[in-house]
Design a protein around this ligand. Structure first.
Ligand code: THU
Length: 162
């Protein structure tokens, strides 16, 4: 029997002012994207902003549905928007934030597994790492360089045997 370990590194920032100007801009845009969240069921708003290679920023927010599984997370709303509208774009980085009236969010909200899998797909497609910022409005910011650090055992297409 062997026990193996992953060594995953990520950065934390105590305040948004500690980030680069670009990262600050992206976090602020993710916060602005909260306004379009359609989340009457969970009352949990998620906003994301994605920076493309040409400087364009694409926003996304969670879109819920009365038939609960029909809704979609903010990250996938934005990523699929890019896939459909800017298929040749390179994704540089993305920022994600969350807000709810029900409690104070004290730590960065990290993305669900399905969103990580979709991020991994886009990263693989462009063969360039995507930086991800998890922005806690009333707390710290976590920055991860590349999706592999978030999903080390990612499902990769070569397992399909093609
Ligand atoms: N949600 C996201 O938008 N992103 C995630 O990575 C996890 C969860 C949304 C889905 C749902 O609208 C609400 O947060 C509560 O789960």
């Amino acid at each position: 029997m062997n026990t193996l370990n992953f060594n995953i590194s990520y950065e934390t920032y105590a305040d948004i002012d500690e980030l680069s100007e670009t990262d600050q801009m992206l976090c602020n845009k993710a916060k602005a994207a909260l306004a379009s969240s359609h989340s009457p069921y969970s009352k949990f708003k998620v906003g994301t902003a994605i920076l493309l290679g040409d400087g364009q920023v694409v926003l996304g927010s969670n879109q819920e549905n009365v038939a609960y599984p029909s809704g979609l997370c903010a990250e996938r709303v934005a990523l699929f928007t890019i896939g459909a509208n800017y298929p040749d774009a390179v994704i540089q980085s993305m920022a994600i934030t969350a807000q709810t009236e029900n409690f104070k969010i004290e730590n960065p909200v990290t993305s669900c597994g399905a969103c990580l899998q979709v991020m991994a797909e886009y990263e693989k497609r462009q063969n360039q790492p995507i930086d991800v910022l998890f922005y806690c409005i009333d707390g710290q910011i976590m920055k991860v360089k590349g999706i592999k650090s978030l999903l080390p055992f990612v499902f990769v297409e070569d397992r399909l045997g093609g």
